[in-house]
Each structure stands twice: as C-alpha cells, then as structure tokens.
Design a protein around this ligand. Structure first.
Ligand SMILES: Cc1ncc(C[n+]2csc(CCOP(=O)(O)OP(=O)(O)O)c2C)c(N)n1
Ligand code: SF4
Length: 296
C-alpha cells in the first residue's frame, strides 16, 4: 500500500478557532473570502488535521493571503504558480496534507496553463478557489470568470469575452473530485473542503466569493439567487452526467452547488512510487552507473 495523505493524515483534536493563526485577516468588510476561511477552519477541525503535517500554499491576490490566517506550514508563492509549487511539495512529502487557496485570476488566467495538469495527473491535493469574478487586489479588472456585462477597470464599456466555467474546465481535464459552493453557505463550503481533503487525488472546490469593494454586480445577493435554484441530483460517479448538469446550468445562468463529481484512481505520487518499485529504485543507488551510460 502506498503512502497517501489520507491514510496517514496525522490527527489531533483542535477546535476550529485553534486553527486560526495570530494574524487577523486584512480583507475588506463583507468580503466573501472570510466565509471560505471559516469553512476551511471548520473542515480542518472536523477532520482533526495536525497543523504540523498541513501545508497551505497560495499564489497572489486577496484570496492568496489566506494561508497567513491559518495555523499550518504555508507558502505564499508567485501569481498563478501555487499549483506547481504544491505539486513539488506533495511529491517530496506524500505524507503531508496539501491545500492550495487562491483566486480566479490566479488560477485560471496566469495559472491556467497549470490547472489541466494538476487535474489529469491527479495530484493528491485540495484546491480551494475563491471565485469573485474579478481581480480584487489589483483593484477591479475583469477576470476569466467575469460576466460580459461587468464594467471593470480595464473594460469601462463592459467586456468583449464570454466567461469560462471553472468546474467545467477541471471536469474536462480529469479532476477526480469536483465541488462548488457559495461562500455565504459556510456549512456547504466546510463540508466540501472536508470531503475534498479526505479524497485521495486532485480535489477542486470552486467557491463563489463576493467582492463588495470592486464587483458591484456579482454581489452576495446575486450569488445567492443563482445558486438557490441549483440542481445537483445527478449520479456523482457519472462524468457525463456531471458535465451535462454544469452545461445546462450555464445555459440557464444558474450555478450548480454541492458535490458534482468524484472518482477513485491512482494519484501521481502513487504512480511514481509504483514506477520506482518496478525498476528497483532505492536511495543508495550507485549514480556512477548513470554517468557511465554517457561514456563513449
Ligand atoms: C506575475 C504577476 N502578474 C501580475 C501581478 C499583479 N496581481 C496581483 S494580484 C492579481 C490578481 C488578483 O486577482 P485574483 O487572483 O482573482 O484574486 P483576488 O484578489 O480577486 O482574490 C494580479 C494580477 C502579480 N503580482 N504578479
Ligand atoms: S478587494 Fe474584494 S476580494 Fe479583496 S479583500 Fe476587498 S472585498 Fe475581498
């Protein structure tokens, strides 16, 4: 049996407030990211994850400041690069629980080239994306998830592009756990993060998170109205059904929330370990044998 974070999740008993670091969030009043932080702290407490074996990795943005507020090891990396950094960490230490937190600009604009590979390789991590349909920290430019009608800092007359859908994207690329929630529903957010952390493989959770400072159209009330009519009663082990649910929702301008898809398949670290075993690899391997291969 290979090492996986789940089987070796180091457990402790801590209340959710004990997972808070001694730094206070720097977000604006009413920002949806508070709900995501509360959901994550609750999930960590319910799972009883030992903070000494937990690493929270982020990119750049308001959302990427989240690790500062969590009692864990952490890495605040570069814009769009949290995924690859977390992949390296996970492969080096498969016994750690790896959680990525970041924004829609971070994950699907500059980081969009990495996302398919996290999904298809089934890297064992939980990716929590705070989707506020805008670039918050840089003061309100359109993101890949902005609705066309949004007038952003760089699009004063509205956008010219249609938005992309984060959950459809990761489903298509083979993510093995996909969920979606609204930050105002802390209970569902916490539950999806908890299940995602227990899941073995790439767990992606898209959380609609309002930015009251810069996004005046995708308000908490707007998000609440579109998720209220959500339909997620399909078989979650059926990929076609999950994709169909999301496609139908996009057409009807609704947002399906809850668990959308889950399957079990070997993770990248498991496949790497199996390969090492297959070729008889071990730490004392004589590296001169490799150098000898290139001798004339
Ligand atoms: C390489 C690079 N490009 C651009 C920036 C400027 N920048 C800082 S935050 C950010 C985007 C923030 O938007 P998002 O990721 O959606 O997170 P939010 O702030 O909305 O939570 C950008 C482009 C940067 N820091 N680094
Ligand atoms: S600018 Fe927007 S995303 Fe950033 S902290 Fe303020 S409300 Fe939140």
């Amino acid at each position: 049996m290979n090492d996986t974070a789940q089987k070796h999740l180091h457990r402790v008993e801590l209340k959710s407030k004990e997972y808070k670091s001694n730094l206070s969030p720097v977000w604006c009043g009413g920002c949806g990211h508070y709900g995501v932080l509360t959901g994550l702290l609750r999930a960590l407490s319910e799972l009883g994850v030992d903070p000494n074996f937990l690493v929270n990795v982020s990119g750049i943005g308001c959302s990427s400041r989240l690790p500062y507020f969590v009692q864990s090891y952490k890495m605040h990396t570069l814009h769009g690069r949290a995924g690859p950094v977390a992949t390296g960490l996970q492969l080096a230490r498969p016994d750690l629980a790896v959680v990525v937190t970041g924004g829609d600009g971070d994950g699907f604009s500059i980081g969009g080239g990495h996302m398919p590979h996290l999904a298809r390789k089934n890297v064992n991590m939980t990716y929590v994306l705070m989707d506020n349909h805008i670039y918050g920290l840089t003061k309100g430019q359109v993101s890949p998830t902005s609705r066309k009608i949004m007038k952003g800092y760089t699009t004063p007359y509205g956008g010219v592009d249609d938005p992309m859908d984060p959950v459809l994207y990761v489903l298509t690329y083979g993510a093995s756990y996909v969920g979606q929630a609204f930050a105002g529903n802390v209970k569902m957010t916490a539950q999806l993060i908890k299940d995602g952390m227990e899941h073995k493989g790439f767990a992606f959770i898209n959380v609609l998170s309002q930015c009251p400072t810069f996004n005046q159209i995708d308000t908490a009330a707007y998000f609440k109205s579109v998720v209220n009519e959500a339909v997620t009663d399909h078989d979650v082990s059926d990929l076609d059904a999950a994709i169909h649910t999301v496609n139908m929702a996009i057409r009807e301008e609704r947002v399906p929330t809850g668990l959308l898809y889950r399957d079990e398949r070997p993770t990248l670290d498991e496949r790497m370990a199996a390969l090492v075993e297959h070729v008889g690899g071990h730490p004392d391997y004589d590296l001169r044998k490799i150098i000898d291969l290139s001798r004339p």
